[in-house]
Design a protein around this ligand. Structure first.
Ligand SMILES: [Zn+2]
Length: 305
């Protein structure tokens, strides 16, 4: 199924003060009116994606709907259309945010104003509360239930386990595991087939990112389906490939930095040249990933310039 909504300027929407997690590259990749694609995962569970912002999960059933993330400030009606079509209700009973970036929490106010209850890690609420971007100024964006380590929903025959992973993509990331359906939403701790964005300005770290991916790998079985924050529905093998890539890339950059390389020397050395064709994309280019690994290695609290 797909649902369409005309948004006259995706680029304007994307530059309307969304935190850096939102890709200018995504805007370039998606100049058409966005549409929602839904993938039926069975057990009343769906993956929703638009290709322009974070992937969603929607669990439906007699107990009401639970949704993971809600995309952008201006896509509320688009996502709502998909929710109505699939779940038969306009506002999910609960929404869980995987982290605070505006391409995952931007729809919070839209759905909260219609009655959804939003739950998230303590640091997501704090970062949204402190954000000075215009889209974050509506108090309805703030989750009204917050947690530190974990939170579990028991609905629609599913045990929905929300688990915090520290200092990975940000300092407020959570995985959401639908135990009976055997589906794991990893938020932006998984960019499938893409160089990941690691937000050093929001408490993310390279080592934490790798540790969190390894934690996910320990949670999954051979048949687990993984919903990445960005990219297609994925397998544990694809998660393993991402872990190996980030490990190797980080090792190469750290080795050069320990040998005295500054950013200019790193760029000249092109340590990720052989990874470019497989992992480079519009938002996190090879150069931006080199910068992120460099800034992490030297302790700078920003990912790239
Ligand atoms: Zn993000």
């Amino acid at each position: 199924m797909s649902f369409r909504l005309a948004i006259t300027s995706v680029a304007a929407l994307l530059t309307a003060g969304i935190p850096a997690g939102l890709a200018t590259g995504a805007a370039q990749a998606q100049q058409e009116a966005p549409e929602v694609t839904s993938t039926d995962l069975g057990d009343g569970l769906y993956m929703l994606s638009t290709g322009m912002a974070g992937n969603l999960a929607l669990l439906t059933g007699e107990d009401g709907a639970v949704m993971v993330d809600d995309q952008l400030p201006n896509t509320g009606a688009l996502i709502e259309g998909a929710v109505v079509e699939i779940a038969g209700e306009s506002a999910p009973r609960f929404i869980v945010n995987t982290h605070w970036h505006g391409d995952h929490t931007g729809g919070n106010a839209h759905f909260a104003e219609q009655g959804s209850t939003i739950a998230a890690h303590h640091n997501i609420r704090r970062r949204l509360d402190e954000a000075d971007q215009e889209w974050a100024q509506n108090p309805a964006i703030l989750p009204i239930i917050t947690f530190g380590q974990d939170l579990t929903f028991h609905m629609n025959g599913q045990t929905v386990e929300v688990v915090h992973v520290p200092n990975a993509h940000t300092d407020g990331d959570a995985f959401v595991y639908f135990r009976e359906a055997d589906v794991l939403h990893m938020g932006d701790v998984m960019f499938s087939g893409l160089f990941p964005y690691i937000d050093l300005s929001a408490g993310g770290s390279v080592d934490g990112y790798i540790a969190a991916m390894e934690q996910a790998l320990a949670m999954v079985g051979d048949d687990t389906r993984i919903i990445p924050g960005h990219g297609p529905l994925s397998t544990p093998a694809e998660l393993e490939a991402s872990i190996a890539m980030v490990r190797e890339a980080s090792f190469r950059v750290r080795t050069l930095v320990e040998g005295g390389a500054d950013l200019e020397a790193l760029r000249e050395a092109e340590p990720l040249a052989d990874l470019h064709d497989d992992w480079n994309w519009g938002f996190i280019t090879t150069d931006r990933f080199v910068q992120t690994l460099y800034n992490d290695a030297v302790g700078n609290a920003y990912s790239y310039e």
